[in-house]
Design a protein around this ligand. Structure first.
Ligand code: NAG
Ligand code: NAG
Ligand code: NAG
Ligand code: NAG
Ligand code: NAG
Ligand code: NAG
Ligand code: NAG
Ligand code: NAG
Ligand code: NAG
Ligand code: NAG
Ligand code: NAG
Ligand code: NAG
Length: 637
C-alpha cells in the first residue's frame, strides 16, 4: 500500500475546509493590497512628484437665464501636455454666476438685447498657457529681386524677441465682431440708418470681474466697435475680465448677435484698416472684374512665384450695393458680411482664380462677379475665411480677416461686356464693344483670332529684319526683335480690342464710335447729326466690330499714346512704324491720368493703382506706315 491519509472525524474535516478558505482569503488580500498592483503604474513621474494646487473637478451652473455657463480652471499641466493639446481642452471647474470663460482661439457667439451686458473671462491659465504651434501660413510676400529695401524681415520673429523681453506678461489679442444688429424702425421718426455700435469693456483687476457701462471705475477700459469690430492687444499676466455691452437703441427693433474671442497667438478676427488690397479692373451691366494687389513681387522663375500661382485662391470677396443698408455699421465684420452682403461666397456668383495678368505680371487673385444690377455702385470688400484653409474654433485667425472697402460701378448700356482670359491677347481684361446676342466665348473668339491673325502677318515682316544677326548688322544695340514683338503685341491688342464705355458717359476723354449704326433697341441717331457724318465717330476703329459684332453706338477709351511711342522706339525703322502727330494724335490716342483714373487704355489697367508713371522720352516720328497696318491705322488718316 502507498501513502496513507489519516482518517478525519467530521469535525476535523469541517475545520480543514474553513482553514483552507481563510488562507485563500488572506492570500487574496495580500495580493490586492500589494503596491505593485496599484494604479500608480499609469501616472507619469512628473505628476507624482509635482504638488498640484489646482483641484480638478467638473461642474456647471445656471446663471439664471437658463443657459449653462462653465468656468475653466486649468492645472499647471504644461509639462505633461502633448504637443497639440491645449490646456483649456483639459479641465473645467465651477465659476462665478454669469461669467463665461474663453479658451485660447475659442470664440463664443451670443445674442444680446439693447441695454444688456454679458461677461467673459480669459483665465490666467490660458494667458500663461503654451502658444499654439505656428501654422504654415500663406507663401510670403517677397520683394522684387532688385529691390534692396529691407522688406523681408520676419516680423513674427521680431514679435517673439520682444515677447521674451517682457518676461512675465503676454500679449492677449481680444476681438469682437457684430454679426447682426437691430434694424431701423421705419415708422419711428427718431430712427437713423445705423444702430449704435456694441461696446467692449476690459479689466485686469480681480476686484472688477464684471466690467461694464454701469461701473464707474478707473480699472476698466471701454472700446466702442467701429464698423462692427473691436480688436485690442493687451499685456496681461493674470485673468482678463471682459464684457460685451449693447447700448440702448431707440428707434431700432431687434437684437444684436456677436462673436468674441481671445488669443495669445494672434487676433482671432482681424481687420486691415488702411488698404483695400483690391482693385477694380472693369465692369459691364451685370458683372465686374476685380483683382487683388500683387501677392508677391518675386521673379517669375522663383519657387515663391510658383507657389503663389499654384495656390488654391486664398481670398474671397464681398460686395453690396452702396444703397443697401444691411451691412452698414458692420462692414469690418466677417460674420456679418458672410450673412448679409448681397454678393458673398455662398451666393455662388463669384468666380475666382490666380492670375499673373497686369503690370509687372506678378501673381494676384482675380474675382469675376456676376449677378450685379446695372448703373449701380457697389462696395467691394476683400476678405479671408479663417486662415484661408481652415476656420472656426481652435484655428489661429479662425474668425476671418476683412480689408478696407473700395467701390466699383456697373455700366448702363448692354453693348459693353467684360472680357478676360483671352488666349492670344492674354493681357486684355476690360469691357469691349459687344452685343447681347453673342455669348462671351463667341465674342472672345472674334476679337482674339482677329488680333492673332494680324500679329501673324507682322511676325512674317519681322522675320525679314536681321534681328539675330551679329550686333553691327542688328538694328539696335539697346533693343532687339523680341522687344519689338512685345511692344507690337501690346499696341495691337489695345488698338484692335477697344475699351468700351457707355454712350451716355460724358467724360471728356471718351470718343464716340459707330454712331451710324442703330442702338441695340433699334433707335438711330439722326443722319444729320455730326457724329453720324464724322468719318472717325460714325465707325469703329476696327471695322470687324461694326460688321461682326454690331454693338451700335458706344464710346471708346482711347489707347494710351505711350503704347504707340513704345512701338516706334522698340521696332526697327525699316518697319516704318509711326505715330500720328498733333490733332491726329489726340484723336486716336489718350493721355494717362497721374491720379490713377483710367483715361486711356493700356493692358493691365486697373483703377487707382497709384502707379507713378513717367512718359518715355525719345519719340521717333516718320510719316509712313506699313500697308499691313492699314486696317487698324485708318482712323488716324
Ligand atoms: C437703457 O434703458 C433702460 C430702460 O429704459 C435704462 O434703465 C438704462 O439705464 C438704459 N441704459 C443706458 C446705458 O442708457
Ligand atoms: C490654417 O490652420 C490649420 C490648423 O491650424 C493649419 O493646418 C493650416 O496650415 C493653416 N493654414 C494656413 C494657410 O496657415
Ligand atoms: C416702431 O416705432 C413706432 C413709433 O415710435 C412704434 O409705435 C412701434 O411699436 C415701433 N415698432 C417696433 C417693432 O419697435
Ligand atoms: C474700483 O476698483 C478698486 C480696485 O481696483 C476698488 O478698490 C474700488 O472699490 C472700486 N470702486 C468702485 C466704485 O467700484
Ligand atoms: C442709390 O442712391 C442714389 C443716391 O442716394 C440714387 O441716386 C440711386 O438711384 C440709388 N440707386 C438704386 C439702385 O437705388
Ligand atoms: C480664367 O483663367 C483661369 C486660369 O486659367 C481659370 O482658373 C479661370 O477659371 C478662367 N476663368 C474663366 C471665366 O474662364
Ligand atoms: C504690381 O506690381 C507692378 C510692378 O511690378 C505695379 O506696377 C502694379 O501697380 C502692382 N499692382 C497691381 C495690382 O498690378
Ligand atoms: C438688384 O435690384 C433689385 C431691385 O432693386 C434688388 O432687389 C436686388 O437686391 C439688387 N441686387 C443687387 C446685387 O444689387
Ligand atoms: C468710390 O471710391 C473713390 C475712390 O476711393 C471715392 O473718391 C468715391 O467717393 C467713392 N464713391 C462712393 C460712392 O463711395
Ligand atoms: C495677312 O496678310 C495676307 C497676305 O498679305 C492678307 O491676305 C491678309 O488679309 C492679312 N491678314 C490680315 C488680318 O490683315
Ligand atoms: C532670335 O533668337 C531667339 C533665340 O535664339 C529666338 O527665340 C527668337 O525667336 C529669334 N527672333 C526672331 C525674330 O527670329
Ligand atoms: C435706346 O437706347 C439709347 C442708348 O441706350 C437711348 O439713348 C435711347 O433713349 C433708347 N431709345 C428708346 C426708345 O428706348
Amino acid at each position: 500500500m502507498g501513502m496513507q491519509f489519516p482518517r478525519l472525524t467530521p469535525l476535523q474535516s469541517r475545520f480543514a475546509a474553513t482553514f483552507t478558505a481563510t488562507l485563500f482569503l488572506v492570500l487574496l488580500y495580500l495580493i490586492f493590497s500589494s503596491p505593485r498592483f496599484a494604479y500608480a503604474a499609469d501616472i507619469p513621474s512628473s505628476i507624482a512628484e509635482t504638488d498640484h494646487n489646482h483641484p480638478i473637478s467638473i461642474g456647471s451652473l445656471s446663471d439664471g437665464i437658463g443657459e449653462e455657463r462653465i468656468w475653466l480652471e486649468l492645472g499647471d499641466f504644461d509639462d505633461v501636455l502633448e504637443e497639440d493639446e491645449t490646456p483649456d481642452q483639459a479641465i473645467v471647474r465651477r465659476a462665478p454666476v454669469g461669467v463665461t470663460a474663453l479658451g485660447n482661439n475659442q470664440f463664443k457667439q451670443d445674442n444680446i438685447k439693447p441695454g444688456e451686458t454679458q461677461f467673459y473671462v480669459f483665465p490666467k491659465e490660458a494667458v500663461a498657457g503654451p502658444k499654439s504651434p505656428k501654422p504654415k501660413g500663406l507663401p510670403p510676400f517677397e520683394p522684387a529681386p532688385n529691390d534692396d529695401s529691407d522688406q523681408d524681415v520676419d516680423f513674427h520673429e521680431l514679435k517673439r524677441r520682444d515677447g521674451d523681453l517682457e518676461k512675465r506678461s503676454t500679449t492677449v489679442y481680444i476681438s469682437m465682431t457684430t454679426c447682426s444688429q437691430p434694424s431701423a424702425n421705419k415708422s419711428d421718426p427718431n430712427s437713423g440708418d445705423i444702430p449704435p455700435q456694441l461696446q467692449v469693456f476690459l479689466s485686469r483687476s480681480e476686484s472688477l470681474q464684471k466690467p461694464g457701462p454701469s461701473v464707474d471705475n478707473s480699472s476698466q477700459t471701454q472700446y466702442d466697435a467701429n464698423g462692427g469690430y473691436v480688436g485690442v492687444p493687451m499685456q496681461a499676466d493674470g485673468d482678463v475680465y471682459l464684457s460685451v455691452s449693447a447700448p440702448n437703441a431707440t428707434g431700432f427693433s431687434g437684437i444684436y448677435t456677436y462673436e468674441i474671442a481671445a488669443s495669445i497667438d494672434d487676433y482671432f478676427h482681424s481687420v486691415v484698416e488702411d488698404d483695400p488690397f483690391l482693385y477694380w479692373v472693369d465692369g459691364d451691366i451685370n458683372a465686374a472684374l476685380l483683382v487683388t494687389n500683387n501677392v508677391t513681387e518675386s521673379a517669375s522663375d522663383s519657387e515663391n512665384y510658383k507657389q503663389w500661382m499654384n495656390i488654391t485662391p486664398p481670398y474671397t470677396v464681398f460686395a453690396s450695393n452702396i444703397n443697401d443698408t444691411s451691412i452698414l455699421g458692420m462692414q469690418k465684420s466677417y460674420c456679418a458680411l458672410n450673412q448679409l452682403a448681397q454678393i458673398r461666397k455662398s451666393s455662388n456668383n463669384v468666380e475666382v482664380g490666380m492670375t499673373n495678368r497686369g503690370l509687372g505680371n506678378k501673381p494676384k487673385e482675380q474675382f469675376y462677379i456676376t449677378g450685379l444690377n446695372r448703373s449701380s455702385t457697389y462696395y467691394g470688400i476683400l476678405a479671408m475665411d479663417g486662415n484661408s484653409t481652415s476656420s472656426g474654433n481652435g484655428i489661429i485667425g479662425g474668425g476671418g480677416r476683412v480689408w478696407q472697402p473700395m467701390n466699383f460701378s456697373t455700366k448702363a448700356d448692354d453693348n459693353c461686356a467684360v472680357l478676360f482670359n483671352l488666349t492670344f491677347c492674354s493681357e486684355v481684361a476690360y469691357a469691349v464693344p459687344a452685343n447681347p446676342s453673342l455669348n462671351v466665348a463667341e465674342l472672345t473668339n472674334i476679337y482674339d483670332s482677329y488680333a492673332a491673325s494680324l500679329y501673324k502677318n507682322f511676325s512674317y515682316s519681322l522675320q525679314q529684319v536681321q534681328c539675330n544677326a551679329s550686333t553691327d548688322s542688328a538694328y539696335s544695340l539697346a533693343v532687339g526683335c523680341d522687344d519689338c514683338a512685345a511692344a507690337y503685341k501690346q499696341w495691337l491688342c489695345s488698338v484692335t480690342i477697344p475699351r468700351c464705355a457707355d454712350f451716355s458717359n460724358d467724360a471728356s476723354f471718351l470718343r464716340v464710335r459707330n454712331a451710324a449704326q442703330p442702338f441695340l433697341n433699334g433707335t438711330q441717331i439722326p443722319s444729320n447729326n455730326p457724329l453720324v457724318q464724322s468719318p472717325v465717330e460714325s465707325r469703329s476703329r476696327n471695322p470687324l466690330i461694326d460688321s461682326e459684332i454690331r454693338p451700335g453706338p458706344y464710346k471708346e477709351i482711347l489707347p494710351c499714346q505711350d503704347l504707340c511711342w513704345d512701338l516706334v522706339r522698340n521696332c526697327p525703322s525699316v518697319l516704318q512704324f509711326s505715330c500720328p502727330v498733333g490733332q491726329a494724335l489726340n484723336a486716336s490716342y489718350g493721355y494717362r491720368d497721374p491720379n490713377g483714373d483710367i483715361t486711356c487704355s493700356y493692358l493691365g489697367a486697373a483703377y487707382y493703382l497709384n502707379h507713378s508713371w513717367s512718359l518715355h522720352s525719345g519719340v521717333l516720328v516718320s510719316v509712313y506706315t506699313l500697308a499691313i497696318f492699314w486696317t487698324v491705322f485708318w482712323a488716324f488718316v
